[in-house]
Design a protein around this ligand. Structure first.
Ligand code: NAI
Length: 246
């Protein structure tokens, strides 16, 4: 149970982030949902979360913006009185073979996927230190472990997130704060819906469990890491990929 805890979820308006926000709320947590452009969807997540009796508020913020993040974190700390669980989930793809990948697409993916986690973790660092507790959960990807053609930028950002996770875990473990990564495989969301049908089918054939995962498959692992159940786990990368990386 996460009653009395506050969770901040970036990119919580849809897909995996939405499922994580709702799963944490279902466990009793209050939730702060960060969205970028999906206001109606973010508000709908908060309305749905209200059924479990906790507080749920949506905040607009571009995670890649070093000025916006500390401001929104300060607003959340003041509204909720603290944050216990940070889920760095917001992420984008700008796929393309390296020969044709623009510098802009490379940098943008880094700024959102890796920069976003950096800005939020840094903004909550002092707060977690003072409380001598906190759970940081970064949503990486099996692409960051395996590499993937057409995803040099994305895979680099997700591999970077793993190095970031392990470093932060070592830096903060002495204060009772854990930092872990979850590495999903192919999960049914708008991100993977963009892939052509034939490509989706070819991927499915490579997955030992022969199906794409659901956002809830990922969310339940986040709930596990966020709760008492995850108390002795830090610096870990948990794959939720149907065996793709075996
Ligand atoms: P999605 O595209 O459905 O949702 C991404 C969320 O991030 C959206 O709410 C979006 O508004 C938000 N976001 C994007 N840029 C943002 C920014 N600059 N500031 C604030 N929010 C921003 O994607 P999905 O599939 O739910 O992915 C969630 C996370 O899981 C991502 O980090 C993704 O890389 C990762 N992932 C997804 C996999 C999949 O198969 N769908 C596989 C492995 C990892």
């Amino acid at each position: 149970m996460l009653k009395g805890k506050t969770a901040l979820i970036t990119g919580g308006s849809r897909g995996i982030g939405r499922a994580i926000a709702l799963a944490l709320a279902a466990e009793g947590a209050d939730i702060a949902v960060i969205y970028n452009g999906g206001e109606t969807a973010a508000r709908a997540v908060c309305e749905e979360a209200a059924q479990w009796g906790g507080k749920a508020v949506a905040y607009a913020c571009n995670v890649a913006d070093p000025d916006q993040v500390p401001t929104v974190v300060a607003a959340i700390l003041s509204e909720f009185g603290g944050v216990d669980i940070l889920v760095n989930n917001a992420g984008i793809t700008r796929d393309g073979l390296l020969a044709s990948m623009s510098e802009e697409d490379f940098i943008r993916v880094m700024e959102v996927n890796l920069g976003g986690a950096f800005h939020f973790t840094k903004s909550l660092y002092g707060h977690f230190l003072k409380k001598r507790s906190g759970r940081i959960i970064n949503i990486s990807s099996v692409s960051g472990l395996m590499g993937n053609p057409g995803q040099a930028n994305y895979a680099a950002s997700k591999a970077g997130l793993i190095g970031f996770t392990k470093s932060v875990a070592k830096e903060l473990a002495g204060r009772g704060i854990t930092c872990n990564a979850v590495a999903p495989g192919f999960i049914q969301t708008e991100m993977t819906e963009k892939l052509p049908r034939e490509k989706q089918e070819a991927i499915r054939q490579q997955i030992p469990l022969r199906r794409f995962g659901t956002p809830e498959d990922v969310a339940q692992v986040v709930v596990f890491l966020a709760g008492e159940t995850g108390g002795y786990i830090t610096g870990e990368v948990i794959r939720v990929d149907g065996g793709l990386y075996i």
